[in-house]
Design a protein around this ligand. Structure first.
Ligand code: GDP
Ligand code: MG
Length: 162
């Protein structure tokens, strides 16, 4: 089976938009409302001639209850089944307490993690991105899932990590 790349992060950071960008299709549901993608959804993807399975998740939240707990559990399962993980944060907002909780969860899993700072539609918006080195996940990759900028560098690194 091809290697698996899971996309995780809190709701509304642009995970599904990034998935659509990578698969060059609009199959993943993008909404302004957090928590639309509830289960983990798999797609066939390819980069630089390497096939892999891309898994979209519904967003991880700390101390989630009810439906949110289920969504968070699905995200953790996706990480458990992945060979590498893209952790997406909102590059305009910077790291939140929930993002730091996701990092803790990811550290427990001991999987290779690529950090994507999404919503950097404009290079003038880089200020928050440098601060993301503090998360301890290495180099943050500035991307705009909406426009497709930066996703090539992110995928190069992701494919190497799988
Ligand atoms: P998810 O909940 O993490 O899957 O986030 P979605 O992909 O559903 O996106 C949430 C919202 O963020 C939508 O309104 C998207 O259009 C918007 N969004 C996603 N990526 C970008 C981006 O690169 N730039 C901007 N400006 N907005 C984005
Ligand atoms: Mg989504």
């Amino acid at each position: 089976a091809p290697p698996v790349l899971a996309i995780v992060g809190r709701p509304n950071v642009g995970k599904s938009t990034l998935v659509n960008r990578i698969i060059r299709s609009k199959q993943a549901v993008v909404e302004d409302v957090p928590g639309v993608t509830r289960d983990r959804v798999s797609y066939d993807a390819e980069w630089n001639g390497k096939d892999f399975t891309l898994v979209d998740t519904g967003g991880w939240e700390q101390d989630a209850k009810g439906l949110h707990r289920r969504v968070a559990d699905q995200a953790e399962l996706a990480v458990d089944e992945a060979d590498a993980v893209v952790f997406v944060v909102d590059g305009l907002v910077g790291a939140t307490a929930v993002d730091e909780a996701v990092v803790k969860m990811l550290r427990r899993k001991k999987k290779p993690v690529l950090l994507a700072a999404n919503k950097i539609d404009d290079s003038a918006q880089m200020a928050e991105v440098y601060a993301l080195w503090n998360l301890g996940l290495g180099e943050p990759f500035p991307v705009s899932a909406l426009h497709g900028t930066g996703t090539g560098d992110l995928l190069d690194a992701a494919v190497k990590a799988m």
